[in-house]
Design a protein around this ligand. Sequence first.
Ligand SMILES: *Cc1c(COP(=O)(O)O)cnc(C)c1O
Length: 366
Amino acid sequence: MARVFLSPPNMGGNELEYIKKVFESNYIAPLGEYVDKFENSVKNFCKVNSALALNSGTAAIHLALKSLGVKDGDVVLGSTFTFMASLNPVFYERCEAILIDSDESWNLSPKLLKKAINLAPKKPFALIVTHLYGQSAKMDEILEICQNEGIKVIEDAAEALGGFYKDNALGTLGHAGALSFNGNKIITTSGGGMLVSNDENLVKKARFLSTQAREPLLHYEHKTYGYNYRLSNVLGAIGVGQMEVLDKRVAKKREVFEKYKQNLSNLSVEFMPEIPNSKGNRWLTTLLFKEKNAHLKVIEALNKADIESRPLWKPMHLQPVFKGTLSVVDGTSEDFFSRGICLPSGSDISDNDIDRVCEIIKSNII
Ligand SMILES: *Cc1c(COP(=O)(O)O)cnc(C)c1O
């Protein structure tokens, strides 16, 4: 039996045909028709004005910060319960991070966000809020607080493509949003990202910075420095094929979640919630056991059966790289980290594999 992975790639079927077309045109690079098509299909799906395909989600977060006009030493607020990539760009731009804990939604606590703004040594420039595991953060409250304070909102929707908050695609509610097409995400180009925004000028700036900040002249002219962050046409072709099946992937991920929930309904476990007026993509099915460290026993047992699972993200304020960073925390994400698990949630996982996972959980949890 093949190993069961957490969230492996799942091609829709047309990707190879599109890649072939790219090769036949010899236009494997730079950029090209399929990158444009990919950007358009994300724009249409997300109902957003502008989209910029990039070579990673991290690059999208970086260019969101840059294009919004971040400066050395600016204060940037961020969810502490997230993956490091959310906040790596804060280091690239020599900013000062303030890490904010989650609430019962598992995502950023609006209450602690207010507290963090009050504690900040100066007015924060931006907030990077993560939609963890594809589930929406409390965007109405978060946007209102940030709007009142003049703080820019960047949504890290890297895990959340296909998720919605009140009919708005996650990533399109703030000033800018970052999507990821890394290998384990809900859809993948093997590696890639996208910056989305309703602010066309912002995306224009980001597009310029993503192509070495080259001025639009015949010769190569540079008034500032830029980055080489663009996506290749070959990967754009994969993206076009993957966007065709995004709805299907979301439906399947949500179905996988429901199956786990039903199967484990007799155990005292808590699944990650879905806040009112939202519909997440359930990228990964995640849950909390009652007992501290119970997840470690389960992860080990699953691994013995050749099934991949993982602890929840280790909060950023516990990471050595953030030692000394101001954090506004109340123990919530630390508690989640001490007893939570990510279950295998591939969009091609079989019912039989879900049953096997559940049996192993049941036999290891009292
Ligand atoms: C995957 C991920 C990213 C980064 O995306 P890459 O495309 O891998 O650079 C950022 N934030 C979160 C929360 C992620 O899960």
